[in-house]
Design a protein around this ligand. Structure first.
Ligand SMILES: [Zn+2]
Length: 325
């Protein structure tokens, strides 16, 4: 017994190749089973050049890493969705389109497995990010956690009772397309609906709404945040509206999933000083009756994994699938 134990302690680390593929950027890295990132590369994704160019790019980046680390055993891919994690197919991702139009259904895991000659596991990027937070980040000490990635869109994922929550048909839950203000023509969503959570809370939606409100066609989210920090009343009002909508969205998520912590990541999370505390107060009011008998108020916190949660989560699913963790 003791012999086996010391043998496993001396065993060389298992290495996996991980990707994080988004609508604008791709990250690729080599990660060991302790979560240490041994190599990392990020570049603009070739989404605008089309599907083939992007797939060729992914294979090229993977081959370069495998050449440097020939001991890589398998591959995990965190990608923007929708996608089917069991079949390994992309299902026409919302923000992937190029000169040849939308991508439609793409057997990404199979294509990469052929190109790289390794087993490939595909996972939704928000799901990968929450798995990384539970593995190495802020949700380490809990079995009930949720993540909101506030970027071009809003990604959501939940771990409840220690397990990643799937919808039926093994689909990833798309909680950012929950409608919070039905028929609100000021909030069109990329999914074709009006008034979805994403239509208010993504960085892109926030900027879009703010431009209409401020009568300024070019201002972006960081510039609006800078104005708010300088005390500009119009900009502060926009963040009040943001906090109000975020509190409504979180109320709906809390009554369904009961997370103990909600982790925020993505580029818009950088403006957390302007909305997170207000959101927590508003959420407390919305949950006040429930909280009297059981405190459902989750901790709201900004990820400390920088923008590497998706990549780490990609590594996690590959390591998990091969029984290394
Ligand atoms: Zn939507």
């Amino acid at each position: 017994m003791a012999k086996t134990k010391s043998k496993s302690r001396k065993a060389k680390p298992s290495l996996v190749l991980a990707y994080d593929l988004g609508g604008t950027k791709v990250q690729v890295g080599v990660v060991d089973q302790t979560g240490k990132i041994l190599a990392f590369h990020r570049e603009a994704a070739f989404i605008k050049q089309g599907k083939k160019a992007t797939l060729d790019q992914l294979i090229r980046l993977g081959k370069e890493m495998i050449k440097r680390f020939p001991k890589i055993e398998s591959v995990g891919v965190a990608s923007a969705g929708p996608l089917d994690p069991v079949s390994g197919e992309l299902l026409d991702p919302t923000n992937f389109s190029g000169p040849d139009g939308h991508w439609g259904r793409v057997p990404l895991a199979e294509i990469l497995a052929k190109g790289l000659k390794k087993k490939v596991i595909l996972e939704n990027d928000a799901a990968a990010a929450i798995l990384a937070e539970v593995w190495k980040g802020l949700a380490k000490k809990t079995e009930n956690a949720m993540i909101l990635t506030l970027g071009t869109g809003v990604g959501t994922a939940v771990v409840a009772n220690g397990k990643l929550v799937r919808g039926g048909r093994h689909m990833h839950t798309e909680a950012s397309h929950m409608i919070i203000h039905a028929g609100d023509k000021s909030a069109p969503c990329g999914c074709g609906q009006l008034g979805c959570v994403e239509a208010y809370l993504s960085g892109r939606s926030f900027a879009h709404r703010a431009r209409a409100d401020l009568g300024n066609e070019t201002i972006d989210a960081p510039q609006i945040a800078a104005r708010a920090r300088d005390g500009d009343a119009a900009a502060l009002k926009l963040f009040d509206e943001y906090a109000e909508n975020l509190a409504i969205a979180l109320h709906n998520y809390v009554v369904i999933f009961c997370p103990e912590i909600v982790v925020f990541t993505g580029s818009f999370a950088a403006a957390h000083d302007l909305f997170l505390e207000k959101t927590s107060k508003k959420l407390g009011k919305l949950l006040s009756r429930r909280n009297r008998v059981m405190n459902l108020q989750p901790k709201l916190a900004v990820s400390k994994l920088e923008n590497q949660a998706g990549l780490l989560g990609g590594a996690y699913v590959a390591l998990k699938a091969s029984g290394k963790i």
